[in-house]
Design a protein around this ligand. Sequence first.
Ligand code: FE
Ligand code: FE
Ligand code: ZN
Length: 278
Amino acid sequence: MLYIGAHLSSAGGFAKMGKTALAIGANTFQCFVRNPRGSRAKAMDPVDLERLRVLMAENGFGPIVAHAPYIMNPCSKDDGIRRLAEKMMREDLALMEHLPGNYYNFHPGSHVGQGLETGSRLIADMLNRVITPEQQTVVLLETMAGKGSEIGGRFEELRQIIDQVERSEKVGICMDTCHMSDGGYDILGNLDAVLEAFDRVVGLDRLHAVHINDSMNPPGSRKDRHARIGEGTLGTETILHFLTHPALRHLPFVLETPTDDAGHGEEIALLRQLAEKA
Ligand code: FE
Ligand code: FE
Ligand code: ZN
């Protein structure tokens, strides 16, 4: 069973996202668990979460991915911004305990001139403070395009963070196809070689989810502009290689392409059809 879905709006709550996922042919999805720019967690309704949990079980959903807000920067130079990142992640992880067994993905952050050593230490320090031994959510570091002082554009950088995390069994990776290509990994020409490098540096056992996006920019551009599947520089074939690769095909795949729910539904239908034939 291929787990494929899209980033959905969380405006109507969790059960509604489950229904939207079903309506567009998805059996996983991603969402923000708070306002993407805001700092306030939305009111948590246990009944709503319970409805989603039942819907997911009845419909054979794979794990879902909660995405941390973009403003979160745990390796900022500013102590207040770092404290806010920690507060948001702690609250979000507490919420996710009502939906055990899923993922919480975040952008490692931008070190803003402090360097990789300091940046990776600040990120790991935060993880060491917020991760509890009991938690049932695995926290995912996303592979980044490496624009500006962004950490996570190289597999080695992700490894450096994980190496400093005490409960590293609660930490994994979410790949993003647009970011990897923009970051200079040749997923278009040789996915096997990229996965071998990832396995050597980080370990494929740490890979838990994949964002499937085409890219508006050429490989190595360090830009991070997503395109619809087949409308960018990666092409449908490259995305299909991820969906059908023996080392990857069991993972949840999430579209973050610039379109609406209906558009994501079309992409899901096409990818399912092509993956079945492959
Ligand atoms: Fe992301
Ligand atoms: Fe992404
Ligand atoms: Zn992106």
